[in-house]
Write a protein that binds this ligand. Structure first.
Ligand SMILES: [Mg+2]
Length: 377
């Protein structure tokens, strides 16, 4: 049987702890040692398999434990026995069965799309509306509290042809941010520079510090204040000529409607881990575009499987015009989980043309890095 009317017969999970090469500080917290992801594998009657990744971060979207439980306890019974063809129905049931847990829903939709693509011979972008681009400009984040280590990374990025960097600010002090912006301007003038505070500024400090940083004319300044400070976001947006991006303030389409209505941003960071899947991420980008706002392909601390899902979503979403930040598989993890390296060439992510997500996790690495598993014998 090779059609989409077959049912899903297996639902397997791995909670992985993936060692990382360096420390990264963000305005809301730090990552050091390892990052944690949950991998879902769906199997259909004919043995076809589809994979999806959830990439939670406790200070931002949620915890790996909650993600694992959402999938293992609440989502599993909605999926086992369902037809592969009924992806929309499965996602709708999931939305009603589990509140939040957007990373779990992203993993589920990724795995359903991968499975559908593998069975039908189509890449995921073809299932999402077709392709609008073959490559996506890659941005790498500069977030090490030891700037000397980031200077070594900048040299490597330059050699690799990466042309965009995102400076993570607001985790130490304003002088450190200005020093690094000056260093980038003097020593790396060819890089396009973006700035991301990850909510790191207080409402008292934000107006003056954001004004200073805007003088460096970055492409955009992202989320200077806490997610719920919509009024301060709107005030900062009006205060500077540089585009202000919302990230943590806008998880899904519903937040996007409110953000547009309240005028809090010029653009939005779209992430499948925030929106709860690829379809809702596309919807978010389209709502933004309909309001004259730009969209950026953001990500979480992800492995290559989640990068692939994001890549297919952006490949099928012309409204996302500001590139992507799928750098972790190549520049942050000690070892990625994909069998073949996540495709980056000359500073561009290459959109795969092979069926499904166009890549899958290495079985040995899933077992090697697993701290918890729910895998049928
Ligand atoms: Mg951000």
């Amino acid at each position: 049987m090779s059609d989409l009317s077959q049912t899903i017969t297996r639902f397997d999970l791995w909670h992985l702890e993936l060692p990382v090469t360096s420390r990264r500080d963000h305005g809301i917290g730090s990552v050091e040692g390892s990052c944690e992801v949950v991998i879902l594998r769906l199997t259909a009657e004919d043995g076809s398999q589809g994979f999806g990744e959830a990439s939670p971060w406790s200070v931002f979207t949620g915890t790996p434990e909650a993600t694992f439980a959402a999938l293992n306890r609440y989502i599993r019974p909605l999926v086992l026995g369902a037809r592969v063809a009924d992806r929309a129905a499965i996602m709708a049931k999931t939305a009603n069965a589990v509140a939040h847990c957007t990373e779990a829903k992203a993993a589920l939709e990724s795995a359903l799309l991968d499975l559908t693509g593998r069975i039908s011979g189509l890449p995921v972008w073809a299932l999402m509306g077709g392709k609008c681009r073959d490559t996506i400009p890659l941005s790498c984040s500069i977030a090490n509290p030891d700037f000397q280590q980031d200077i070594a990374l900048l040299e490597r990025l330059k050699d690799d042809g990466v042309q965009i960097v995102k400076l993570k600010t607001g985790f130490k002090d304003h002088a450190f941010d200005i020093m690094r912006l000056e260093h980038l301007a003097h020593h790396y003038p060819k890089f396009s520079v973006r700035v991301d505070y990850n909510q790191g500024l207080s409402i008292e400090d934000a107006p003056a510090q954001v004004r200073d940083v805007a003088q460096f004319e970055p492409d955009f300044i992202e989320q200077p204040v806490r997610a719920h400070h919509f009024a301060m976001m709107a005030r900062l947006r009006n205060q500077i000529d540089i585009p202000l991006l919302a990230d943590e303030s806008v998880f899904g389409p519903e937040d996007m409607v409110r953000a547009a209505r309240e005028g809090i941003c010029d653009g939005v960071s779209v992430k499948i881990m925030k929106s709860g899947g690829l379809s809702r991420a596309q919807t978010m980008a389209r709502i933004a575009a309909a309001h004259g706002l730009s969209a950026y392909g953001g990500d979480m601390f992800e492995a290559g499987l989640a990068h692939l899902a994001g890549t297919h979503m952006i490949a099928a979403t012309p409204e996302i015009t500001l590139g992507c930040e799928f750098y972790q598989a190549s520049y942050f993890l000690k070892q990625d989980i994909l069998e073949d390296p996540f495709p980056v060439q000359n500073g561009q992510v290459i959109v795969p043309d092979t069926p499904g997500l166009g890549g899958r996790p290495d079985r040995d690495r899933l077992n090697h890095y697993a701290v918890v598993k729910a895998v049928a014998a």
